[in-house]
Write a protein that binds this ligand. Structure first.
Ligand SMILES: [Zn+2]
Length: 76
């Protein structure tokens, strides 16, 4: 997979054209019933607007990801 850098969140996936492009949320997903915020995150995940990126976040971690082709996009 090629590395794609963008200044802003792309509207459509630069790789396959799918939209929306999801924002990657870092940190372990919690129980969706634990709070309205967690519940909302899961709803967004089902809509493809958010993906859960796991708990390891570094400066080199991508910021967005296509939920269809899994192309990851880095913020420049
Ligand atoms: Zn894509």
């Amino acid at each position: 997979m090629k590395e794609i850098f963008k200044n802003r969140k792309p509207i459509i996936c630069p790789s396959c054209g799918y939209k929306p492009v999801a924002k990657i949320i870092y940190g372990l997903p919690k129980d969706p019933e634990s709070s309205p915020y967690e519940r909302k995150l899961y709803e967004l995940e089902e809509e493809g607007k958010v993906v859960f990126g796991g708990c390891i976040f570094t400066n080199e971690s991508p910021k967005w990801e296509c939920s269809k082709c899994n192309q990851q996009i880095w913020k420049r």
